[in-house]
Design a protein. Structure first.
Length: 395
């Protein structure tokens, strides 16, 4: 609170608005005097340096704009692949967006008031010729103004705390009702393992869930674990980010109502291929999720035409890292391949799952995804073809 020296300053003469204006005037006056009177500053440098720095800053700013524009273009070049944070299609993403807009509106109002007063003070009390002789009116604070700018922010912060805690509690206290889908997502460098313990299904990178409709709520509850380093699971249109931490199990849920494919990405830097650790959530219309589950529960295909490839696959070290259910391949380091061809993409969304990309992947995974943990197995062209023709039968 400011000191109110009523003897020096006849309080009755000024209204509250006058006082606010005078305080702003004094502030700009003080700043100007500090600059004018600072003896430590070399007058020649103060003229030369800011000019040079100003140009450098301008150039730097322009360069960063160009770089950012390039990134934005890359990111938004394919609109179908970009997920819109501001178009949530599920709880809790909707609730989070509503809260963010409220917080943004309050902060924007504060910003506009502060910047408005600042601009007003800069323009109204700018330096004019002949100002040196005159002193601005001397005032010593105002209890009303100071009370207002202390109490108002406290009230605003209090409102923000209340609405934020209500939203957090809403999201965290949601309990899984019967009928909810449960899955465990394990973050690996650099792919997602997805297990449905109750359904006996294991897949990778593509999380299949049912859509909820008015008659039937079918939320999905996830347990999040990490096999190595910290990752973060984020599907912007479905729910907020949740970190995936080694040695700890986090949880989250979402309840999409619109069928479709939702994209997400690992949201915590986790090493070289962090950017290629995409997540797809495929939301099935009511009834279709059950069909997908039935297909995934089926045993791995054993087509006689792919016997050669099968033999090469099992003779190589593929089996040490990959599982094909019902066979001796029981490795757990890499993705489960039992129904590999039911997946849309390879290498965690790096590339579409086609014959050509699958062959390129088996030939040398390091070309598609540098640093990934699957090495180049140095196989001959024939072996690659045979393995790929076997993998292609794993529908
Ligand atoms: Cu996983 Cu970033």
């Amino acid at each position: 609170m400011g000191r109110s020296k009523e003897s020096d300053c006849p309080a009755g003469e000024y209204s509250m608005a006058d006082r606010l204006e005078m305080m702003l005037s004094m502030l700009s006056h003080i700043k100007r005097e500090q600059n004018d009177l600072n003896p430590a500053v070399n007058p020649r440098r103060t003229q030369a340096l800011p000019e040079r720095l100003r140009w450098r800053a301008l150039l730097g700013f322009a360069a960063s704009l160009v770089v950012i524009a390039g990134q934005v273009h890359t990111a938004f070049g394919n609109p179908a692949q970009v997920t819109n944070l501001l178009q949530p299609l599920s709880q809790p993403a909707q609730e989070i967006k509503d809260l963010s807009l409220l917080v943004l509106a309050i902060c924007a109002a504060i910003f506009l008031i502060v910047v408005g007063l600042l601009v007003y003070a800069i323009v109204r009390f700018r330096h004019r010729p002949g100002d040196e002789a005159s002193e601005p009116p001397q005032i010593y604070g105002s209890n009303q103004i100071e009370t207002a700018w202390t109490v108002l922010p406290i009230l605003i912060v209090f409102v923000l705390i209340l609405v934020t805690s209500r939203t957090i509690a809403d999201i965290q206290n949601r309990k899984a009702a019967p009928g909810a889908v449960h899955a465990t997502v394990v973050g690996h460098q650099w792919w997602w393992e997805i297990r449905y313990p109750e359904l006996g299904i294991v897949t990778a990178n593509e999380l299949h869930v049912p859509a909820s409709d008015n008659s039937r709520g079918q939320p999905t509850f996830l347990k999040l674990q990490s096999a190595d380093v910290a990752h973060s699971f984020w599907i912007p249109q479905l729910a907020g980010k949740t970190d995936v931490i080694p040695g700890r199990e986090n949880s989250m849920w979402f309840e999409p109502t619109q069928p479709g494919t939702y994209l997400g990405n690992c949201a915590e830097y986790c090493g070289m291929q962090h950017a290629r650790m995409l997540i797809r959530v495929i939301v099935h219309p009511p009834g279709e999720f059950e069909r997908w589950v039935a297909e995934q529960k089926g045993a791995a295909a054993e087509e006689p035409s792919a016997q050669d490839g099968r033999r090469v696959f099992f003779a190589n070290s593929c089996v040490n890292c990959h599982t094909i259910r019902g066979t001796s391949a029981q490795g757990a380091f890499g993705p489960d391949l039992t129904h590999l061809m039911s997946r849309e993409t390879l290498a965690s969304g790096t590339t579409p799952n086609t014959l050509e990309t699958l062959r390129a992947w088996v030939r040398d995974p390091q070309k598609l995804k540098v640093g990934c943990l699957m090495p180049n197995m140095q196989m001959t062209d024939t072996e690659v073809d045979q393995i790929v023709s076997y993998l292609q039968t794993l529908k």
